[in-house]
Design a protein around this ligand. Structure first.
Ligand SMILES: *Cc1c(COP(=O)(O)O)cnc(C)c1O
Length: 439
């Protein structure tokens, strides 16, 4: 089954730690051999054995338009022909920043970086620079990239690996990070009552999707906003995953509304879709706060490849193609997929809950809804492993971890849905608590 994939994995493990350049690709929590991808087109990826899969990972989010969209590829090719990197400003950087502002007006000023990790790390630094305070509050199970301060209780990759946090993070770096339970209003209020004056920022995933999808309780984001404002702290809304994916203006636009927003964060971070599959991310926010960045202000941040011309070309092409119809279509496909999965699992008698945040969703093998990280950890991850492999055998590539959202694209077609429906028949049975390991 996994012939050439296994050969590549063996070779990879000789040259690369664990054979992968990002841990969750390693199949550590589901077992088996990762598929080495040779090419991808639309909603399908093809591995080195020539086997194609309906892709429900979509590069962990970026491939909103499907893989290798011809217009995005053409934009990148044209940009490449004009030069790969200049280390000087370009018009395309301005054009992308303008598009981000137009869709998410709270991002009055935008700085482009190369990864989501950089975006959130920069947001934290700005918040500390703006407030002169040290403490950062985050929620257990929310992932904000792998910078030292934000790696505590960080969801998916870390949860998948079963590590408590990370070795190599100093006590000092972790000491200023306070981790609270997600969706817990009381815990948040009491923290602010006690030490509100020391808190630089609360950072939160706009809608958490890195412990599986956990829908924000009604008013939770607004309460973060209210408390931070009252105590002179900033609110950092991490939309690296949700931005431009759950809607044209991300989760913020979806929940707060763009025209007369119910609440606005001070800083907002983007990644994934905004780079259209290229290494590009962004931090934006209120002008006064963003202008603390060098060269205007005292908060230093830089990047040799920031705003790279190929990446900005992909980002601009992607946003221009991501029109309202695209989101309508992805929403509809998501609803259809949820129904297929729900019917198959219910039909087979598998205990499960499907949780959504706009068109994002994930399936937890447990009886009750997940409201925080402790709940997310209390699921049958072994059942997910069996389910995952049965789906893979049926030609469907799910995220190789129970702690992830499933991703769709506008390119997922009826044929893909049929493949999924057929694969689900075997997979639902494999997910039964008594299911045999089929590997
Ligand atoms: C993926 C992700 C990040 C990190 O982005 P990278 O580009 O992988 O560094 C940060 N925050 C959230 C919410 C993410 O989903």
């Amino acid at each position: 089954m996994a012939g050439l994939n296994q050969e590549w994995m063996t070779r990879a493990c000789e040259a690369i730690p664990g054979g992968v350049n990002s841990p969750v690709r390693a199949f550590a929590s589901v077992g088996g051999t990762p598929r080495f991808i040779k090419q991808a087109s639309g909603c399908r990826v093809t591995d080195v054995d020539g086997t194609s899969y309906v892709d429900l990972v979509c590069s962990w989010g970026p491939a909103l338009l499907g893989h290798a969209h011809p217009q995005v590829v053409a934009a990148v090719q044209e940009a490449a022909a004009r030069g790969l990197s200049f280390g000087a400003p370009t018009g395309a950087e301005v054009e992308l920043a303008e598009r981000i502002r137009a869709r998410v007006p709270v991002a009055e000023h935008v700085r482009l970086v190369s990864t989501g990790t950089e975006a959130t790390m920069t947001a934290v630094r700005i918040a500390r620079g703006a407030t002169g305070r040290d403490k950062i509050v985050k929620f257990a199970g929310c992932y904000h990239g792998h910078s030292d301060a934000l790696l505590a209780a960080a969801g998916s990759g870390v949860a998948t690996q079963g590590l408590p946090g990370s070795a190599g993070v100093t006590v000092a770096a972790a000491a200023d990070t306070i981790v609270l339970a997600y969706n817990d209003f009381d815990e948040l209020r009491s923290l602010f009552e006690r030490i509100g004056g020391q808190i630089a920022a609360v950072i939160t995933e706009a809608a958490p999707a890195n412990m599986g999808v956990v829908t924000p309780a009604e008013g939770f984001n607004a309460e973060i906003r209210r408390l931070t404002a009252e105590h002179g702290a900033l609110m950092i809304l991490d939309e690296v995953l949700t931005g431009f994916r759950v809607g044209a203006s991300g989760w913020w636009g979806f929940e707060a509304g763009v025209e007369a927003p119910e609440w606005v964060p001070d800083l907002i971070t983007f990644g994934k879709v905004v780079g259209g599959g290229m290494p590009l991310a962004a931090v934006g926010g209120r002008r006064e706060v963003m202008d603390l960045l060098a060269p205007l202000g005292p908060v230093y941040q830089a990047g040799t490849l920031s705003g790279n011309p190929l990446a900005t070309a992909a980002g601009i092409a992607t946003l221009d193609l991501a029109k309202p119809e695209v989101y309508d279509r992805v929403d509809a496909r998501s609803a259809e997929l949820q129904r297929l999965v729900g019917d198959a699992l219910t039909g087979a008698g598998v205990p499960h809950v499907i949780q959504t945040a706009g068109n994002l969703f994930s399936v937890f093998f447990r009886e009750k809804p997940v409201i925080d990280y402790a709940d997310a950890q209390d699921q049958d991850t072994a059942a997910y492993g069996r389910f995952f492999h049965a789906m893979l055998d049926g030609g469907v590539a799910l995220p190789p971890s129970a702690f992830e959202a499933w991703f769709l694209s506008v390119a997922h077609d009826d044929a893909a849905m049929e493949t999924v429906e057929t694969a689900l028949k075997q997979a639902a049975r494999a997910a039964l608590p008594t299911g045999e390991s089929i590997r």
